[in-house]
Design a protein around this ligand. Structure first.
Ligand code: SF4
Ligand code: SF4
Length: 210
């Protein structure tokens, strides 16, 4: 179940930011990372966030070493904050892109700035609370989550063998609780599930499966 590539994808983020600060046109590549989570969400939920996002990899495998791993405060999962963050991102992106339009390096620099600032915010929150706090309200992650809530793709099934030990929640990057869906014919359909499979690997009773 483990994604063997995900632990190394943070190098893509570091290389992207380092190269982008010197050659801003490289920033245009980030369009893929903005659109892919949403495109994938129609048939796999937030799979991109848990398996391919270089920043998610950075939070999981670098920032986690210094994070106190406290519970993520409910405020960061609230719909109000998520809508506000999406509106803020779209406004900042549109205004800056309109000013840079036609100048490819300047357009790339818009992506570099936004990714740098949001990554720094995520690092700050990771050092205060939990390494994936940012992912609870990441604008593109929220869009993917809202699509996933409607489509409910790839549910996580919880077998009756579950003994509610909650090790799955402990392993979950977003501190979700798959065991609460024990006995549900629809399985665990939380739209923020990143489909990373860590809970599946951790479950001592092999009760979880996609
Ligand atoms: S780790 Fe497995 S047995 Fe334990 S609560 Fe989660 S699903 Fe149930
Ligand atoms: S519930 Fe399981 S698959 Fe979903 S994000 Fe948490 S650990 Fe990953």
């Amino acid at each position: 179940m483990k994604n063997k590539v995900q632990p190394y994808l943070f190098w893509v983020l570091l290389a992207f930011l380092a190269a982008g600060l010197v050659y801003p046109v490289i920033g245009l590549i980030a369009l893929v990372c903005m659109l892919a989570p949403v495109a994938m969400s129609f048939y796999k939920g937030r799979y991109w966030c848990g398996n391919f996002c270089p920043r998610g990899s950075f939070y999981d495998h670098v920032l986690a070493k210094w994070s106190p791993q406290k519970p993520i405060p409910p405020f960061f999962r609230s719909k109000g904050l998520r809508v506000f963050m999406l509106a803020l991102l779209m406004t900042v992106f549109s205004v800056q892109m309109a000013a840079a339009w036609g100048d490819l390096p300047a357009m790339g620099a818009v992506f570099i700035r936004i990714i740098l600032v949001t990554t720094l915010v995520g690092i700050g929150l990771g050092l205060l609370y939990h390494q994936r706090t940012w992912c609870s309200f990441c604008p593109m992650g929220s869009l993917a989550s809202w699509v996933s809530a409607r489509k409910k793709p790839l549910p996580l099934m919880v077998a009756d063998s579950c003994v509610s030990c909650k090790l799955c929640t402990k392993a979950c990057p977003l501190q979700l609780a798959p065991y609460t869906a024990k006995g549900s014919p629809d399985g665990f359909t939380d739209s923020d599930c990143l489909k990373c499979g860590r809970c599946v690997d951790k479950c001592p009773k092999k009760s979880l499966s996609f």
